[in-house]
Design a protein around this ligand. Sequence first.
Ligand code: SAH
Length: 367
Amino acid sequence: MTAPLTLENEIRRLIAVAGPMPVARYMALCLTHPQHGYYVTRDPFGAGGDFTTAPEVSQIFGELLGLWALSVWHMLGRPQSIRLVELGPGRGTLMRDALRAAKVMPKFREAIRLHLVDVSPTLEKLQQTALSDIDVPKIWHRHLLEVPEDGPAIVLANEFFDALPVHQAVRQADGWHERTIGLDANGNFALALAADPIPQFDRFLPPAIRQAEVGAMFEWRDDVYVYDLARRVRSNGAALIVDYGHVETGLGETLQSVNAHAFSDPLSAPGFADITAHVDFQAVRRAAESVGAAVQGPVTQGEFLSELGIQARAEALRRAASAEQAANITAGVARLIEGGRTGMGELFKVMALCDPKLGPLPGLQTK
Ligand code: SAH
């Protein structure tokens, strides 16, 4: 009898054929497997889903990112045609709000050629619906590599990089060993370490990390995505990355699995839970600068949105709202800018990669 076609069985088969796989490969399969990947098969957002993102918390988030893009278009010399790219647009909410706000400058709206990059056909459908009555040319892509490279570009990426596969390695006496997922004696998925250390791994690490003690864990992502993004914006462009993560490269595990708004075991039910890890903004900076892009920020999401005028916009919305709606607006803003356990204002950071010729971009200057 052949096993049913589930992602769990597919991963078992791959391990049986090729041996334990790096955590990054497992994560990529869980999230983006063409048939069974988490994002490919569902709409994970909102109260009835697994998690809620900033554009789903408040329309002001997308509106302010739209106005940020408008300012950058001005700084780029108001080109007649500009590629506006969003990485991982989710339900399309951010872009819908951004383009509504961009109506204040019809010339900008007319210049926009929209490129939406999403691995998920399911989410692409939702994005098409969300953007159906918006009259700008739109093209969907499964990968950033498919987006043409010439000409000015503005890129927005909210909670995209955290979903890119992360590698883990653990320090041992003889070097760093990559963490893998294999099968235990009972045939269950089990974490293990590769038998051999990764050759020359220390050479790629910041000096402080090289001193790590035996047992310490280090996480990293492949730099190719940042290289590709940075190359596209280093002359005549800017990319805004908003995500949870840390400003400096550090040690420790941040890989997490989330299901129905609660943490779950990443090894149970592959393809049915979101798996993410914090973004290492220092690593993003290093990769972007190494191919000639300038970097501004990171600042916290709270600082960024406050600087862009979130309170004034909330006040304007409240004036036209019922008492209940006004309370929701206030609560949404608090969630976006406050710190603490439930707030997104401090954990989330905002960083721009851009053309070194551009001056200070809105919201990204640290005080
Ligand atoms: N930006 C949205 C959604 C964030 S969730 C929001 O803030 O609400 C991550 C998004 O990235 C989803 O739309 C998912 O389908 C997409 N995605 C995840 N991994 C991807 C990959 N490797 N390539 C392209 N899109 C990806």
